[in-house]
Design a protein around this ligand. Structure first.
Ligand SMILES: C[S@@+](CC[C@H](N)C(=O)[O-])C[C@H]1O[C@@H](n2cnc3c(N)ncnc32)[C@H](O)[C@@H]1O
Length: 367
């Protein structure tokens, strides 16, 4: 209720708020936004959604397997994780990486104050000589030789929403009337319209009237900050999403936005903000263009299923002694109808000393 009032106040002050501002308030508003709300848990037993690292530690074993392989091909001293959620991936990584491959430091850059506290509590359960390697940072300048991870972070970065009506493009906004919030629209400025028309040209399809879609304009800032500051890195991005042609497929006429509460999808929601998650799938072609703009190397674009199989998930699953649990974990992580195909892995780097061949099935042609 408290957050709803803050949103009303902002709408009253500005006349409206754009969807990306609304999403930012819903997710990150101090003490009240979903990721800053102390009543929200990312623990799979009572969470609203579940991520790979939370499904089972064998997911993180695959990340470690890949990290070990990277270390053979590149000088890597540090790990830097973006948006570490409950800290589960960091915890299992440091618990299970071998001592000879232990990073000098495990940095975490986390946007949510509340999740930072949760991460600290979890990391403190590790032996002192390991937990002291973890450092929470806001400034990533001067980091060198680093293995970077962002697991389901991009989908939580606020996006703008648009709709085409009578052959014109409009941005979706939120207004209020008689104490109630409602969706409305404003005509796109020429620069924005040009960006949308560029998408139509690239995918060779003109959006039909009533077609709704998202564009995330904050990716440029997120990645530029990393690419400008971190030197000699390999970056693994994991998220659900598609290449541009699939992202803006004619059949996906209501966009990719999802609202989750109690492990169920809910409809567009303009009430009870701060109690449900909002996410937008990732347009990986957009990220590919940013990578190219910065002259970086895209080493791989593959599915989660292909990545996990190549990094020994089946062998590692023998650690799960309960057969029922084992098959459920493998189904969730690998099945195409579950996370196996919807989730993609993008691996990029600034430079490689020697050729480092990725054995994952290559889907770069889909970008
Ligand atoms: C969907 S959760 C994923 C958490 C965790 N990585 C996992 O897979 O379980 C998104 C996480 O990204 C964080 N986040 C969102 N935007 C961020 C940004 N710009 N910088 C750092 N963290 C961010 C959120 O606070 C949250 O911890």
């Amino acid at each position: 209720m408290e957050l709803n009032k803050k949103i009303h106040a902002k709408v009253k002050h500005n006349g409206y708020i754009t969807f990306d501002d609304y999403m930012d308030m819903c997710l990150y508003y101090d003490d009240l936004g979903y990721y800053n709300n102390k009543n929200i848990s990312l623990n799979p037993k009572n969470s609203d959604f579940i991520t790979g690292p939370e499904i089972s530690p064998i997911y993180t074993d695959s990340i470690i397997n890949f990290y070990n392989n990277c270390k053979k091909n590149k000088e890597i001293d540090y790990v830097l994780e973006f948006g570490a959620g409950s800290g589960e991936l960091a915890y299992n990584f440091l618990k299970n990486v071998t001592s000879n491959n232990m990073p000098k430091k495990y940095f975490i850059l986390e946007k949510s104050k509340y999740l930072k506290r949760q991460q600290k509590d979890k990391i403190n359960n590790l032996p002192k000589e390991i937990s002291k390697k973890v450092e929470w940072i806001n400034d990533i300048s001067n980091i060198k030789n680093a293995f970077l991870i962002a697991n389901e972070v991009l989908d939580a970065i606020p996006a703008k929403r648009f709709i085409k009506k009578e052959n014109q493009f409009y941005e979706k906004i939120i207004k209020s009337k008689d104490g109630k919030l409602y969706f409305s629209k404003i005509k796109c400025k020429p620069l924005l319209e040009e960006k949308i028309k560029n998408i139509e040209n690239r995918i060779n399809f003109n959006f039909t009237n009533n077609y709704c879609f998202e564009i995330n304009f904050l990716y440029e800032e997120f990645f530029s900050n990393i690419f400008k500051n971190v030197e000699n890195f390999i970056f693994i991005l994991i998220d659900y999403g598609y290449g541009e042609k699939e992202f803006y497929h004619p059949d996906r006429s209501t966009g990719t936005i999802q609202y989750y509460k109690n492990n169920k999808k809910i409809l567009d929601n303009l009430n009870n903000q701060g109690t449900f998650d909002i996410s937008v799938s990732v347009d990986f072609s957009h990220i590919y263009r940013i990578i190219n703009f910065h002259n970086l190397q895209l080493l791989s674009y593959t599915t989660q299923e292909q990545f996990l199989l190549e990094t020994n998930i089946l062998e590692n699953s023998s650690k799960l002694s309960d057969n029922f649990e084992r098959s459920n974990v493998l189904k969730s992580l690998l099945f195409p109808s579950d996370m196996g195909e919807n989730f993609k892995i993008m691996i990029l780097c600034d430079h490689m000393k020697k050729s480092f061949k990725m054995n994952f099935k290559d889907y770069r042609h889909r970008l």
